[in-house]
Design a protein around this ligand. Structure first.
Ligand code: IMP
Ligand code: MG
Length: 178
């Protein structure tokens, strides 16, 4: 597995430090709120697990699983909900926890769906962002690392469902996915 990694982009130590920083900010911002963290499966599980333990104010957690319609590797941005949030979100301050913001199509469509359900507020927290790939603007409130346009894996992120268990974020050797 490690032999498939070209180089480490974000180390375990850097991840740890950044996640704690974001957790601290969220704890300040959501002091008197009704926080519901919504992790988008499966890529954000590692981030979610660490982030929730860095948050010191009361919160609830939930999970959503979405898939985008469209042919092959191309995201159409139209998302289908595979697993929905268990509770009615009205009255909650929703914070979506995502692994990576790429084209932005998935999250912008998901925001439309969730906004229609009248939560008290909806914000986005993403661990990684690839601005060079953005197709639609998405308002992000918390962002861990801005990264170049390279395919990364680890700390929850996969290629073909593998590499999610790497403890760091690494750039995959192009010969693996080409
Ligand atoms: P988008 O913002 O709608 O293009 O899609 C974002 C999703 O694409 C993320 O939640 C990831 O599942 C996936 N993705 C985008 N870039 C990468 C990457 O570099 N490695 C692994 N998954 C990625
Ligand atoms: Mg994902």
């Amino acid at each position: 597995m490690i032999n498939d990694i070209e180089r480490v982009l974000v180390t375990e130590e850097e991840l740890d430090k950044k996640v704690k920083e974001i957790g601290k900010k969220i704890s300040e911002d959501y002091k008197d709120k009704n926080l519901l963290l919504v992790s988008i499966l499966k890529g954000s599980v590692a981030f979610m697990a660490d982030l929730m333990r860095a948050i010191t104010v009361p919160c609830q957690i939930d999970f959503m699983s979405v898939s985008s319609y469209g042919s092959g590797a191309k995201t159409s941005g139209v998302v289908k909900i595979i697993k929905d949030i268990d509770v009615e979100i009205e009255g909650y301050d929703i914070l979506i926890v995502e692994d990576i913001l790429d084209s932005g199509l998935t999250l912008s469509h998901l925001m439309e769906i969730l906004k229609a359900r009248k939560a008290k507020s909806i914000k986005i927290c993403t661990l990684l962002s690839k601005p060079d790939r953005r197709k639609v603007h998405v308002d992000v409130s918390y962002e861990g690392f801005v990264i170049p346009d390279e395919f990364v894996v680890g700390y929850g992120l996969d290629f073909d469902e593998k590499y999610r268990n790497l403890p760091y974020i690494g750039v995959l050797k192009p010969e693996i996915y080409n």
